[in-house]
Design a binder for this molecule. Structure first.
Ligand SMILES: *Cc1c(COP(=O)(O)O)cnc(C)c1O
Length: 445
């Protein structure tokens, strides 16, 4: 790396080392962000996606000289289809939201092909914000369907909004409360009965691998976040990848190109009724390499173990925290669960944001907060499969200690974090007015 003018190598090295030491990441401690999953990114994957045979490829070079790269894409697409039970996969979308967009465009093309113009898409109130954003981007109108007291879809409410104007139903499973939809087969059948497509937001696939194949519940398409389930780093907003798996009925609408195997040669093909390109070239290839490496390293048994362990970890932490905080949906969860800070807010004015900031003092990254929107003072916790029991216990102990502090010393929590280099930030100002250049060049102490 070229040095900035007037700086020596040792100054630059210390500058970056100092910045790294002030950061909080997975290398520093547990990172229980919910609905955000991928915390474990094996270092060997970084070496593999930097292999010269991959990095020196030009996307326009003759494919006869890039057979290894095409084979990787072909096998990854097939493996993802196998895990989810679908017929075909596109690897092109660059993120989960982009996968949603790709699927909705395919639905629209398939509907138009049968002369059917529909206007609306149904989404439950627990959905991730990208779902309604995608609907708007595709020119549809969102209809929100309420959850019942169990945190899952209310079938009567769903029945009321399902009609022949509905292009699709988008369902997240497990949903963002970490709950498996018990009526999932009924729900997809109800959508099909009015001629609508059933879409699964598969961002939480890490709870299901090897346990259930989501296509068998009657879905027509699903997206997978490789950066949440298949070991691609998630930091800094990307790059990620949001492959979409579809039924054989929808396969002709997949974006171009897809990789096919013809007489022992891997080739790019354009599906008969393709919606076109959704991404330049072939998607975020280095993310695909990481996912492939992770899949091959774990194998079928290993993937199932990942999901089982993620579920056990989440339920362990959940049961240890249920008396210290309100738990609006107190039943077995999948890979994540939600707590509510309502009791602390009522009793001492301590908010979930205060609790999140105080966790930093205990050496833990905060969980996802204030999402899903239907839970007051929400904390959404996802420990994942990789944290050892000792760390889960330390996290539980920290959360319990904070619950006690909320009663004994609320003022201290309002001013948390107490021990970090920066204290409570104005988060809006920090996001809008980013200052990254004025930091001291080296550790001032
Ligand atoms: C993360 C997430 C998304 C969006 O994925 P991006 O890759 O961030 O675009 C959609 N739905 C759910 C449930 C998610 O957790």
């Amino acid at each position: 790396m070229p040095l900035p003018p007037g700086k020596s190598e040792i100054e630059v090295m210390r500058h970056y080392q100092y910045l790294a030491s002030r950061n909080f990441g997975l290398d520093t401690g547990m990172y229980p962000l919910g609905s955000c999953t991928m915390k474990y990114n094996p270092r060997v994957n970084e070496d593999l996606c930097r292999l010269e045979g991959f990095t020196a490829l030009h996307p326009a070079q003759p494919i006869a000289t890039a057979q290894g790269a095409l084979r990787l894409m072909y096998e990854l697409a097939a493996d993802l289809a196998e895990i989810t039970g679908f017929a075909a996969t596109t690897l092109a979308p660059a993120a989960g939201a982009h996968g949603e967009y790709t699927a909705l465009m395919m639905f629209r093309a398939a509907l138009e092909a049968r002369g059917d113009a529909r206007q609306t898409v149904i989404i439950p109130d627990t959905a991730h914000g990208t779902n309604p954003a995608t609907v708007a981007l595709c020119g549809y109108k969102t209809i929100t369907v309420a959850s019942n007291e169990n945190g899952t879809i209310d079938l009567d409410a769903l029945r009321e909004v399902l009609d022949t104007d509905v292009a699709a139903l988008m369902l997240t499973n497990p949903n963002t409360l970490g709950l498996f939809e018990p009526d999932i087969g009924k729900i997809t059948a109800m959508a099909h009965d009015v001629g609508a497509f059933a879409y699964c937001d598969g961002a939480n696939l890490n709870a299901l691998m090897g346990i259930t194949r989501i296509a068998e519940a009657g879905f027509d398409a699903l997206h997978i976040n490789l950066h949440k389930t298949f070991a691609a780093p998630h930091g800094g907003g990307g790059p990620g990848a949001g492959p979409v798996c579809v039924t054989s009925e929808l396969a002709p609408y997949l974006p171009t190109p897809v990789v096919a195997l013809r007489e022992e040669n891997y080739v790019f093909e354009t599906p008969a009724h393709t919606i076109g390109r959704v991404r330049s070239w072939y998607g975020n290839f280095s993310v695909l390499v990481r996912a492939y490496a992770y899949l091959k390293a774990l194998g079928a048994e290993g993937l199932r173990e990942v999901s089982e362990q993620a579920i056990i970890s989440a339920n362990y932490v959940r049961t240890q925290l249920r008396d210290a905080f309100d738990m609006p949906y107190d039943r077995p969860c999948m890979h994540e669960f939600v707590l509510s800070g309502t009791r602390q807010k009522k009793e001492s004015g301590v908010r979930t944001l205060d609790i999140a900031k105080r966790l930093l003092d205990y050496g833990f990254h905060p969980p996802t907060v204030y999402f899903p929107l239907i839970v007051d003072e929400c904390m959404m916790i996802e420990p994942t499969e990789t944290e050892p029991l000792k760390t889960l216990d330390a996290f539980i102990e920290a959360m319990r200690a904070i619950a006690t502090e909320a009663s004994s010393n609320p003022a201290m929590l309002h001013a948390a974090p107490q021990t970090l280099p920066v204290r409570r930030l104005d988060e809006t100002a920090a996001a809008r007015d980013v200052v990254v250049a004025d930091l001291p060049a080296t550790n001032p102490s």
